[in-house]
Design a protein around this ligand. Structure first.
Ligand code: PMV
Length: 286
């Protein structure tokens, strides 16, 4: 029997702009998905196309038990975490000897297949490796970890990443003269934020700017606006949509002492709050 876990992720800066080759920064966060795999002739496991694909790709049969601290379809990368943790546990239980890189690449291939081509390598890379990652085009680079104090607010409004990406694409075709400068500005602020990564107050202001630009791109939602405003009013340094938008989650960067107040304000606005910080481990044996 082998149990492995993998973390969720948030976008600190640059979602949507990364689709057009601009830089983005993603970070693994503490809530995890735990997966236990056991060799078995009569496998039992949860119904999941991701888990089925993991066994098909690795060419073995086994039973699976999943325990998740991440809500699915919230934009926190839960499908990538399930896939990475399952592949890692299979690799261990069957002594297949694959490296972490292979697990991340295979997990991306599985996400692409299950999501019919609409997957980004960001989620699988970040949750396999942990830490903070700079994404530029196809290249990914791990950044020195920063102990950022973050509160995630889930609007509980379900969204579709594919739909939101398509919507931004349509805006860009219809109004390139407006949409392109917004995407450029997101790229520029991501780079500027990277130079201030050790200064949370400053970083919060970049988050606020990033949020305004995401709303200008049309991926805002009344529920996420409500949570962002509540987080700022209760002491966050800054707050923004994280991920595709149109519902989903927001993140607030907070002074340590304000975290529970910010979480309370999010819950008072009918959101679900997660108080968290960076996870530097990535996929890990339990
Ligand atoms: O909602 P999420 O966490 O899957 O993030 C989507 C991020 C986008 O930039 C909108 C799309 C992508 O593939 O990078």
């Amino acid at each position: 029997m082998a149990t492995w876990s993998a973390p969720g992720k948030v976008f600190l800066f640059g979602e949507h702009a990364v689709v057009y080759g601009k830089p983005g920064v993603a970070m693994a966060i503490k809530p995890r998905v735990f997966v236990t795999v056991r060799k078995s002739r009569n496998p039992t496991r949860p119904k999941s196309p991701y888990i089925d694909e993991c066994f098909r790709m690795m060419g073995v049969r086994g039973s699976v038990y999943v325990h998740s601290q991440l809500q699915s379809s919230s934009g926190l990368g839960s499908s990538a975490a399930v896939t990475v943790a399952t592949l890692s546990a299979i690799n261990d239980e069957f002594n297949l000897g694959h490296a972490r890189e292979y697990i991340a690449e295979t997990a991306f291939a599985i996400e692409k297949k299950v999501q019919k081509g609409r997957a980004s390598p960001t989620d699988t890379y970040v949750c396999a490796n942990g830490g903070m990652v700079l994404i530029t085009g196809n290249s990914k680079r791990r950044l020195p970890p920063e102990n950022l104090q973050v509160v995630v607010g889930n609007t509980l409004v379900s969204h579709s990443t594919a739909k939101m990406v398509e919507q931004v694409g349509n805006l860009r075709r219809k109004h390139p003269e407006v949409a392109n400068p917004i995407l450029d500005a997101i790229g520029a602020l991501t780079l500027a934020a990277l130079h201030n990564i050790g200064n949370p107050k400053e970083l919060g202001q970049y988050m606020d700017m990033n949020h305004a630009l995401l709303e200008a791109l049309g991926v805002g939602h009344p529920a996420s606006s409500k949570l962002v405003l509540a987080a700022r009013a209760s002491g966050a340094y800054g707050a923004k949509i994280t991920g595709a938008g149109g519902g989903g989650c927001i993140i607030a960067l907070c002074p340590r002492r304000a975290k529970s107040r910010v979480a309370g304000a999010i819950e008072a606005c009918e959101g679900r709050a997660i108080i968290t910080t960076i996870d530097t481990d990535g996929a890990r044996k339990e």
